[in-house]
Design a binder for this molecule. Structure first.
Ligand SMILES: [Mn+2]
Length: 352
C-alpha cells in the first residue's frame, strides 16, 4: 500500500508514521513499536531490538534501523538533513502531548503538520487482499455466534458469555479480539456499551452480544440480540423496529450515497415508530485495521460512499430500566448495494 502515500508526498516533503495501523498499512511491519519515515529519497523504519528481525522480514521496501527511543530523533534528523526535508506530515490524532513535545524538540527547524485525517483517508477503500481478511474475520465472528447459541442458558453469567465468544474466535483462527466484548442481559441491555458482569441469565432476558476479532491484522464487528425463553410483546415490538431500521439502513448503503443519508434512512424508521429518543448513536462506522475508522455513518458525515469501503450497520433502541436491542452487520459497499459479510447469520428474533 506504499504507493498510496505518493499523493501526500506532493504536499509534504516527508510523512512520519507512528501508529501501528499506519506503520503496518504502508510498510507491512506488524510489530507496532517504532516509527516510519517516508520521503522521496527513501523509506525508513526505526524499531528496537525486540522487532528488528520481524521488521526486516515484513518491511521489504524499507531501510530498517535498530535504535532505542532516545536516539530516534537524532537519526531522523540525519534523514531530514540528507533529503532537505522542510515539511513533515505526522499523525496528530495518535500522539500524546509529551510525545509531541519530544518530537518537536528533536526535529526543530522542520515544519510539523498534523495530517491524521489525510493519512487515514488513504486506507478508506479496501484492496481485494484486505477484503479477504475482513471477510474471514467476520466469518470467525459468525462461527462464534452460532456456537454461543448452544451455550446460552439460565444461570450462565454475562462474563461466561464473553469468555466463550472470545475462546471460540481464538479457536477459529483469530489473533485476538478487536474490542472489549459486550455481552449483557436483562435490564443491562439498555446500556449501549455495557460491560459484562457476573449477572446470571434469567428467563425472559434480552441478551445483547457485540463482539469481533482480529484476523491477520483486520477487525470484525457484529451484534446480535436474542431472548432467553419466550419474548414478550414489548420485546418483539422493539426488536421488530430495530430490525426494520437495520434492513432499511442496509438498503440505503451503496456507492454514491452520502453517509449521513444512510444514517437518516435507518433513523427515520425508529423515529416514525416513536422510539427516536432511544437511538442516540450513529448508524455505523468504517472498519479495517482499526475497529473504528473512516467513514462514519453518522448524521454529520458528508463523505460519499465508494465501492469497497467497509461499514457497519447497527441501529439500536435502548430503553432505560427496561432493556435494549442492537443488530449489527459488517458490509462492503458495492455499486448497487452491499456485500454483507454477516449474511449467513440470521436476524430473525431468536428465542432460546
Ligand atoms: Mn460496531
Amino acid at each position: 500500500m506504499l504507493e498510496r502515500i505518493g499523493v501526500l508526498l506532493k504536499e509534504y516533503d516527508a510523512v512520519l508514521l507512528t501508529s501501528p495501523y499506519n506503520m503496518r498499512y504502508f510498510s507491512g511491519f506488524s510489530g507496532g513499536e517504532g516509527c516510519v519515515v517516508i520521503c522521496r529519497g527513501g523509506n525508513y523504519l526505526f524499531t528496537d531490538s525486540r522487532y528488528t528481525e520481524i521488521a526486516e522480514k515484513e518491511a521489504k521496501n524499507f531501510k530498517v534501523t535498530e535504535c532505542s527511543p532516545s536516539k530516534l530523533y537524532a537519526l531522523i534528523s540525519e534523514i531530514v538533513k540528507k533529503n532537505d526535508i522542510r515539511t513533515m506530515a505526522f499523525e496528530d490524532n495518535f500522539m500524546s502531548y509529551a510525545e509531541y513535545s519530544e518530537m518537536s524538540n528533536g526535529l526543530c527547524g522542520v515544519s510539523l503538520c498534523g495530517a491524521s485525517n489525510k493519512i487515514n483517508a488513504l486506507r478508506i477503500i479496501k484492496s481485494e487482499d484486505e477484503l479477504k481478511k475482513l471477510r474471514r474475520a467476520e466469518e470467525i465472528g459468525v462461527l462464534a455466534f452460532e456456537n454461543i447459541l448452544k451455550y446460552i442458558k439460565e444461570g450462565v453469567t454475562e462474563r461466561d458469555i464473553a469468555a466463550e465468544l472470545e475462546y471460540s474466535m481464538r479457536k477459529n483462527g483469530a489473533d485476538g479480539i478487536s474490542f472489549e466484548t459486550i455481552s449483557i442481559s436483562g435490564k443491562n441491555t439498555s446500556f449501549p456499551h455495557g460491560k459484562p458482569t457476573g449477572k446470571k441469565l434469567e428467563n425472559g432476558d434480552f441478551i445483547t452480544m457485540d463482539f469481533g476479532c482480529i484476523y491477520d491484522g483486520y477487525c470484525s464487528d457484529m451484534t446480535r440480540t436474542v431472548v432467553l425463553g419466550k419474548a414478550s410483546e414489548r420485546q418483539k415490538k422493539i426488536y421488530g423496529v430495530v430490525l426494520d431500521a437495520q434492513l432499511r439502513g442496509l438498503e440505503a448503503i451503496r456507492a454514491g450515497v452520502v453517509c449521513s443519508d444512510a444514517d437518516l434512512a435507518a433513523r427515520n424508521v425508529i423515529k416514525e415508530a416513536g422510539f427516536g429518543e432511544f437511538f442516540g448513536h450513529s448508524l455505523g462506522h468504517g472498519v479495517g485495521l482499526q475497529i473504528h475508522e473512516m467513514p462514519n455513518l453518522s448524521p454529520k458525515c458528508g463523505i460519499r460512499l465508494e465501492e469497497n469501503m467497509i461499514v457497519t450497520c447497527e441501529p439500536g433502541i435502548y430503553i432505560p430500566d427496561f432493556g435494549g436491542v442492537r443488530i449489527e452487520d459488517m458490509v462492503c459497499v458495492k455499486k448497487d448495494g452491499v456485500e454483507n459479510f454477516s449474511a449467513r447469520c440470521t436476524k430473525e428474533l431468536i428465542e432460546i
